[in-house]
Design a protein around this ligand. Structure first.
Ligand code: ZN
Length: 306
């Protein structure tokens, strides 16, 4: 991706080098998610009856594989990670991470440009999220999170959280190298913020309480695939902005493939327990967004779509 020298977002909160945990454990109080403000833009959510998730994690299945149900975390009722240390300073960050932080800043800025345009087309204003970079662990509006959480979006405080070490994991453990794979992850999380603004996340949160676990999972898959489609919308925009290099599209599609629920769990988890969608589904929705550049094509909630 041709990102060097481009403007960076002013909405990055760099909390690297500090530990976020309060040391208290016990999780955080659950704040009912605020309503999405009633914004309705024609971008797929058909916001009619679908809803959202609390903390939505791009690879929530990792938690899942560890025996923690990501939906529990969404509701803010995880027991927090027990902090193994309470010191407030961490080793200084490496030059490589600083470059990665700059990269994130550029990608976030480009998402702001894109979604600003899209919202403006319907005479609404895009309020961008803050993006928090952290190491080790962090206090979020949805609980204490650590690097094992993977990048996530917290609708309570409207912030995206990214531990930069995740990108190492993406490359090595998940076999998804490349800067555009990293950009895809950011664009997916920003997609959840868009869902929060359009009402998709608040609606899901309102409805999930009366759903069975399997219904919640199926709903979660639709929410996640829409975020993948929105990441594709961003990739389409990046192409129009002439930011793409040879192989970038393939990097993103490969990442979507590698983090599909079936691939990630190597067939050890029943499809009814999937929360993010299969590899095929994730690639399909990402590509649908990429090819169309039209958020209206991202209606994963339409009947018979998935
Ligand atoms: Zn997600």
């Amino acid at each position: 991706m041709k990102w060097r020298g481009r403007e960076r977002s002013s909405n990055i909160e760099d909390r690297r080098g500090t530990t976020g945990g309060t040391g208290g454990g016990g999780g955080l109080g659950y704040n009912p998610f605020g309503r999405g403000g009633g914004l309705r833009i024609p971008m797929g959510g058909r916001s009619g009856g679908l809803g959202g998730i609390g903390v939505v994690i791009v690879i929530g299945i990792i938690l899942f594989a560890m025996g923690i149900n990501p939906l529990d975390m969404l509701a803010g009722n995880t027991s927090s990670v027990s902090p193994s240390q309470t010191s407030s300073s961490m080793p200084s960050t490496s030059a490589g991470e600083d470059e990665l932080a700059q990269f994130v800043g550029v990608v976030v800025k480009e998402t702001e440009n894109l979604w600003g345009e899209v919202f403006q087309q319907t005479n609404s204003r895009y309020a961008p999220p803050k993006v928090v970079l952290f190491t080790s662990q962090v206090d979020s509006g949805c609980g204490v999170a650590d690097a094992s959480s993977g990048p996530f979006y917290c609708p309570n405080d409207r912030k995206v959280y990214i531990d930069l070490s995740f990108y190492d994991q993406l490359r090595r453990q998940f076999g998804a190298p490349g800067d555009f794979a990293q950009a895809y992850v950011i664009a997916h999380e920003i997609g959840h913020h868009v869902q929060n603004l359009t009402g998709v996340l608040p609606e899901f949160n309102a409805q999930r309480a009366r759903m069975s676990q399997e219904e919640q999972n199926a709903y979660s898959v639709k929410v996640e695939l829409q975020a993948d489609c929105y990441a594709g919308i961003w990739a389409n925009y990046a192409n129009r902005e002439n930011l793409l290099e040879q192989g970038d599209v393939e990097e993103a599609i490969n990442a979507a493939n590698q983090i599909g629920d079936d691939t990630l769990t190597r067939g050890t988890v029943q499809p009814r327990n999937f929360t993010h969608g299969t590899s095929v589904q994730r690639m399909e929705w990402l590509q649908r967004g990429m090819q169309s550049g039209d958020a209206g094509q991202c209606d994963t909630f339409g009947s018979g779509v998935i």
